[in-house]
Design a protein around this ligand. Structure first.
Ligand code: CU
Length: 127
């Protein structure tokens, strides 16, 4: 994990570990994402479990499982621009507060990255 703030690296590392731990807990709960806020969700009909939050600098949850044909919304809750690029999709630029949707039509596990931030990545598993 790279960080520009070298002097606070220890503190940031602790925060990152806490974030990663939270992500694992969320992922372990499977489809449960109800406890998270959906303030900027573009559509009320979207189940919470199909939203991946883009925060600074991670995707949450980092690993998400969806059903084939389900649409995933990548929602930028961070303060800086992010994107999501997979093998067959690319959001280009997602500004803070913005979102991007992709429908996963094939089964498998698909890795994606934010091209702006090395190490900011995640996977969507489609069943
Ligand atoms: Cu990013």
């Amino acid at each position: 994990m790279r960080t520009a703030a070298v002097s606070t690296r220890g503190r940031r590392s602790a925060a990152v570990i806490a974030t990663l731990t939270l992500s694992v807990v969320v992922a372990a709960c499977g489809a449960s994402g109800d406890e998270r806020q959906t303030a900027a969700a573009p559509s009320a009909s979207q189940p919470a479990a199909t939203t991946i939050d883009m925060v600074d600098l991670a995707f949450e949850p980092r690993a998400l499982t969806v059903q084939r044909g389900q649409t995933v919304t990548f929602l930028n809750r961070g303060k800086v621009t992010h994107n999501a690029k997979g093998a067959d999709f690319f959001s280009r630029v997602v500004e803070p507060g913005g979102s991007y949707r992709h429908t996963f039509k094939q089964a498998g596990t698909f890795r994606y990255v934010c091209t702006f931030h090395p190490g900011m990545d995640g996977t969507v598993t489609v069943k």
